[in-house]
Ligand binder design. Structure first.
Ligand code: ATP
Length: 444
């Protein structure tokens, strides 16, 4: 097997910031102060929670959108417009249903101005390499999901990109197909059978990142920033059950599940090349989970033998993106604690589990008023107003200073769901009004 070496600088990001103008004119920052290099010979995984700006970052590197501030250098020159060295594989395959496999693969070559004969020759070669031999004249609808994604790979690789960008390329596939394709891609990469110098993969999967990557860049949220840049020194092919693999997975898990901790507390390991914490925010970012799923998760936790978060997720057949928002919400309410990758119920969490419905509501109410800033603020507004009613716009206008319009709406929705469960306030959807629960109002 050929050992790949990391050599030339391909792309550099220098103090990159991306922000968007909201409909109300307010600017919202999606990514801030992003600095890292991509070099030839490496597979880099971009890992982070939903909304941390992974896809936005990839689109900037591909030149599909420009940064608001800062520089993206391609071969040491500022990138202007589309990056000629990049091809992208999308989660949704993005194939043209009316074109055959061969025609789909030829598309990128056509856009690059290759002549028809050469186009066909290159497309056929890549179709062969990627295991689609015999399917040249098939249409996408005649293929399984895994085969369709092979077409996505063949199309991207046919143009011989220096950088192959993949945006969650395996997440629309069933587990087995995804695993096969992942290893086939790794084979092709390690054996240098695909014409690409560097791979950048956006993923939610910690294990996927640890299986594939030479470096894992962990993004934090609101705004998105690099929280850790971890080299992965394990030799390929990596054994998921080996202690070194599991310990790296645990470390990454720890970084992701401790968004507010100082880096030294999260990651003292010497293999970490760079890690930084998220600055304090005015509002926590409330994960979009229902109280019912927090309660269900706490009950599951009580019944688990293992305390290891990563193993619990595995046993419950959950993806990291399924479990992390719930863990985050439970942590915000001080119902669970996480130490060294192990999760356990706090005394409040235990009381919650032991309580009946009224006691549970009472506990949630007191935790939210104590710890969840947005719920506190809505309650304070309602108590301050003589008629105990506020229009939702009042809250949205404030939130839009800190979140995108879409995210502000999601934050408000979550705060309404949570406050409603805790019987703090009620929401009248048609009127777009929030008002105090009557018994709370009458107690005043
Ligand atoms: N054109 C846009 N205008 C305003 N906000 C945007 C725009 N594009 C993305 N955003 C916001 O930027 C944030 C980051 O989005 P992005 O899709 O890059 O995150 P992500 O980490 O890839 O998320 P996911 O894992 O869910 O795909 C989100 O809050 C999104 O709503």
């Amino acid at each position: 097997m050929v050992v790949k070496t990391t050599t030339d600088l391909l792309i550099s990001l220098e103090s990159v910031k991306k922000s968007y103008q909201q409909p109300n004119g307010q600017e919202i920052t999606i990514l801030e102060n992003i600095n890292f290099d991509l070099r030839t010979g490496e597979i880099v995984a971009l890992l982070g929670p939903s909304g941390s700006g992974k896809s936005t970052l990839m689109r900037m590197i591909a030149g599909l959108i420009p940064p608001t501030l800062g520089k993206i250098l391609y071969h040491n020159r500022p990138l202007v417009g589309l990056n000629p060295g990049v091809a992208i594989v999308f989660q949704s395959f993005a194939l043209y249903p009316w074109l055959t496999v061969l025609e789909n693969v030829e598309l990128g070559l056509k856009a690059k101005g290759e002549l028809p004969d050469r186009r066909r020759e290159k497309a056929l070669r890549m179709i062969d390499v990627i295991g689609l031999d015999g399917f040249e004249n098939a249409y996408p609808k005649e293929l399984s999901g895994g085969m369709r994604q092979r077409v996505g790979f063949a199309r991207a690789l046919a143009v011989e990109p220096e950088l192959l960008c993949m945006d969650e390329p395996f997440s629309a596939l069933d587990v087995l197909t995804a695993e096969n394709l992942r290893f086939e891609l790794l084979d092709l990469w390690l054996e240098r059978r695909i014409p690409t110098q560097t791979i950048l993969i956006v993923t939610h999967g910690i294990e996927e990142a640890v299986i594939l990557a030479d470096r894992i860049i962990v993004l934090g949220r609101n705004p998105g920033r690099v929280r850790a840049d971890l080299p992965v020194k394990l030799p390929h092919y990596r054994d998921r059950k080996s202690p070194s693999f599991q310990s790296l997975v645990d470390r990454v898990y720890k970084i992701i599940t401790h968004p507010d901790l100082m880096p030294e507390a999260v990651e003292p390991e010497p293999t970490v090349s760079k890690i930084s914490s998220t600055p304090p925010q005015k509002y926590q970012s409330l994960p979009a989970v229902r109280i019912g799923s927090i309660a269900g998760f706490l009950e599951l936790l009580e019944d688990q033998n293992s305390k290891d978060l990563y193993r619990i997720a595995q046993e419950l057949l959950l993806e990291v993106d399924d479990i992390l928002p719930i863990v985050e919400a439970a942590k915000l309410m001080d119902m669970v604690q996480i130490a060294e990758g192990d999760i356990s119920l706090t005394s409040v969490g235990q009381q919650f589990i032991a309580g009946g419905i009224d006691e549970r509501k009472q506990i949630m109410r007191s935790q939210m008023l104590d710890r969840i800033r947005l719920v506190q603020q809505i309650t304070n507004f309602l108590q301050a107003k003589r008629n105990h009613r506020i229009p939702e716009e009042l809250v949205l206008d404030i939130l839009e200073k800190y979140f995108s319009t879409q995210e502000a709406q999601q934050q408000l929705k979550t705060a309404i769901d949570w406050g409603r469960y805790a019987e703090l306030y009620i929401y009248n959807e048609p009127a777009g009004e929030i008002f105090l629960e009557s018994e709370i109002t009458s107690q005043e």
